[in-house]
Ligand binder design. Structure first.
Ligand SMILES: [Fe+2]
Ligand SMILES: [Fe+2]
Length: 240
């Protein structure tokens, strides 16, 4: 096993103590007490899935940012960066997060939760499959570092509907599917599952897949001049 049982026992103890202690102690104090024996902060299974959504959402923002350019000034679009983003979406988002975690571990259990969840999971699976078709398309039209003028408007439309679909998809998973899935397990079982997820991550990527994916999307953002978060602060609304 790659995960450290000692680290997890410590976490378990802090969860047990937490109910009484959390009321009396500020969070920072509890975190300091737990820290000396831990090499790195614990990542739970659902936190793992949700931070993967964070990388996926950043890839969606790269697509979103290119939509007006594709429509009005296609020559300003960086096709290489879009190709790199689609490759990251394929390896990290589709082949790992969707196929190896959600479709293997989350969806089968949620299908047994009655007709409402069955329908939900069918839709989520259909959206995974549509996303894969879209990634194939993005990879094809950005191949060779250029986008033919025949594809620029279609690609803008595809990005627009894909970003809307996947923002909804990930938000529903974060707020409905993952919390419902988590309720099936005790804290100890969730601890074991997060260890299994970590093992899968190491098997697929040979190292920390999340760290590498985060670095990859950061590099793409820098390439496109999107690295400064303050660039996205909305302007003040009109005075009324
Ligand atoms: Fe999903
Ligand atoms: Fe997901």
């Amino acid at each position: 096993m790659i995960f450290d049982p000692g680290r997890r026992r410590l976490l378990q103890a802090s969860i047990t103590l937490g109910a009484a202690g959390a009321l009396a102690l500020p969070f920072a104090v509890q975190a300091q007490e737990a820290k000396p024996a831990e090499k790195e902060p614990e990542v739970t299974a659902t936190e793992d899935l949700m931070r993967e959504h964070g990388v996926i959402r950043r890839a969606l923002l790269v697509y979103y940012e290119s939509i007006p350019r594709l429509r009005t000034k296609p020559s300003s679009v960086n096709a290489v960066a879009l190709q790199q983003t689609a490759k990251l979406f394929r390896t990290f988002g589709e082949d790992y997060h969707e196929r190896m975690l959600e479709e293997q571990h989350i969806f089968p259990l949620m299908r047994k939760h009655g007709p409402e969840f069955l329908k939900y999971v069918d839709t989520l699976t259909e959206q995974h499959n549509r996303g894969r078709e879209i990634t194939d398309y993005v990879l094809a039209v950005t191949k060779g570092g250029k986008i033919s003028s025949a594809h620029t408007k279609d690609l803008a439309d595809v990005f627009e509907s894909f970003v809307l679909m996947y923002q909804n998809h990930a938000a529903r998973e974060d707020t409905i599917v993952f919390p419902a899935w988590k309720k099936n397990y005790s804290n100890q079982q969730l601890d074991q599952i997060s260890g299994q997820f970590e093992e899968i991550e190491h098997k697929v990527f040979g190292k920390d897949g999340f760290e590498e994916a985060e670095k990859a999307i950061s590099r793409i953002e820098t390439e496109l001049g999107l690295q400064d978060l303050s660039k996205f602060t909305a302007p003040s609304p009109p005075k009324v």
